[in-house]
Design a protein around this ligand. Sequence first.
Ligand code: PMP
Length: 289
Amino acid sequence: MTIYLNGQYMPVEEAKISVLDRGFIFGDGVYEVIPVYTRRAFRLAEHLRRLQHSLDGIRLQNPHSDDAWTNLISELIARNAGEDQYLYLHITRGAAKRDHAFPNPPVRATVFMMSSPLTVPPAALLQSGVCAVTAPDNRWLRCDIKAIALLPNVLLRQMAVDAGCAETILIRSGSNNEGAFMTEGAASNIFVVKNGKLLAPPKDNLMLPGITYDVILEIAAANGIPHEVRRIAVAEVFAADELLLTSSTKEVLAITQLDGKPVGSGKPGAMFARLHGLYQDFKRDVMRA
Ligand code: PMP
């Protein structure tokens, strides 16, 4: 595996960073995950835009222009095996004497990228769907930043694994007169389907604006699928006809069991089948263009 670190491509075994790196010490950095199909990065412009949003959110200057990123990414793809890959980009505030405040003057950001084989969910999983559990969303209030500090997500996702499930659906307790509502999964976005309508939580500070989430809503709009973006009460999650999970690596999956009880019929539903099919078409068309 060939990785990129601070201007150089090298075998992963040779890559070294300082123990004083602020990513290591404070989790002071951001990241991106970009799927690559037939050696082309999917929705690269959108991923680079989200990366810029994350960097702005932590007040870290983007070390590269979009053109420079595009070239670095192309080179990384070329140096790794596999038509389909998934790229991980990671930028930290660099190595400096340990102090919470930003280094002044700023130090060079650490830029790391790696490629891994991309495996989309197998047919059996598409047919069965996956199970999920729910848990209180105990993360911070800037979940729109794709921060490398993922300890809450790690602990929340492990709850799903401990239950033999694929994902943990996060529930924020409401404030003032608002009841509890769903935000997203520990590592995915979540959609609710009720009476033929696709419901999506709003892109605000409480969830990561998923690239796949956007694609799904674009597909829904383009194909006349009824959809609505709004807060989703916890009761609506439990009363859903279907629940869908989306992410760059999982694409679209049906959640067929929640906290041990069947979701709707307990089988992947019509909306899942339609959106999964349309997502595959969309991918193919984009990569062909
Ligand atoms: N929310 C969270 C918390 C995530 O970590 C991810 C990605 N793993 C997503 C949503 C989905 O985002 P994307 O579709 O861009 O992969």
